[in-house]
Write a protein of this length. Structure first.
Length: 77
């Protein structure tokens, strides 16, 4: 999957774009035209998931909040 995401990033997106691929409890891939990173998913064992509605929205919110915290001085000022 990282190779496919990297190919998409290199051929179909602007140079500074990111491709983020999530797959439930599988690792999350973040791919840029020049590099890719894999992040494991933390799975707490002390509770049972009742409903996954909104999980993707929550992920996107957290992802963009993290990007803002890391890059706020270079992108947003």
């Amino acid at each position: 999957m990282p190779d496919l995401a990297s190919s998409i990033a290199q051929t179909h997106l602007p140079p500074n774009a990111l491709v983020v691929v999530t797959a439930a409890d599988a690792p999350t891939w973040v791919v840029h035209a020049t590099q890719s990173m894999t992040y494991p998913v933390a799975l707490p064992s002390d509770f049972k998931v009742q409903d996954t509605n909104g999980a993707g929205d929550a992920f996107v919110g957290g992802f963009f909040a993290g990007l803002y915290c890391v890059f706020r001085f270079s992108f947003f000022n």
